[in-house]
Design a protein around this ligand. Sequence first.
Ligand code: NAP
Length: 244
Amino acid sequence: MKTVLITGASRGIGRACALAFAREGYAVAACWHKNEAAARSLLDELSALGCDAELYRADVADPAAVEAMAAAAEKRFGHIDALVNNAGIAQQKLFTDLTAADWDRMLSVNAGGVFHTCRCVLPGMLRRHSGRIVNISSIWGISGASCEVHYSASKAAVIGFTRALAQEVGPSGVTVNCVAPGVIDTEMNANLSPETLAALCGETPLCRIGSPEEVADAVVFLCGGKARFITGQVLKVDGGFLGG
Ligand code: NAP
């Protein structure tokens, strides 16, 4: 049985990924951070699907916590075949209001977290000459977004990281790709006004925002056999928002 480790699995896109991988027959190692109730309800849902699953609490910005999580998951499941780096935070602020602490936290969770998990999980993949890594970036990491300079920079970093690591570990049978979601219906967007949401839908060729499940489908695809010759790519799941 294949095992996937998913960060930020308690809510939103990560939770949809956990359920989608479970339906594909994967065992799921699900990382959460602050929301224990959501994590426990995910475990119940996974168990109801007959999935072999375990929860791990870790702040992905903390290298020691990530090391402990990866070691525990490898011991429990024997191997990690796919790693989905989904955990992330967002914040809207004028650039001139950003503090050094805002910058450091954004970069250490959104980009640092990807580094820490890959550093811990890759050695096993390299030993087995097989593995799939999918990093969740954002369309704002491609185009940049006003009032989200630190978020956009962190997501652009994830894209650069993905392209470079894909080149380095391709010869060892490991693929590394990015999914760049557009506006997706999760708690991360709970503060968007109905007017802003309507404007975003109006600018989207498919005329709506996306669902977490639609992002999860792309992630599962990139981890599956049908994506075996795809690496170093950034797959936009944005209803056409950014164009080609
Ligand atoms: P969400 O609903 O806010 O959920 C965020 C998840 O990340 C939660 O499970 C949370 O865990 C976890 N998390 C946050 N900080 C963490 C940390 N330091 N360590 C470990 N886990 C942490 O967000 P979402 O919308 O599903 O977003 C998921 C990913 O997609 C993020 O990387 C985000 O940047 C990206 N994305 C989202 C959108 C969108 O429109 N929603 C668009 C483009 C990209 P707890 O709840 O347990 O703390």
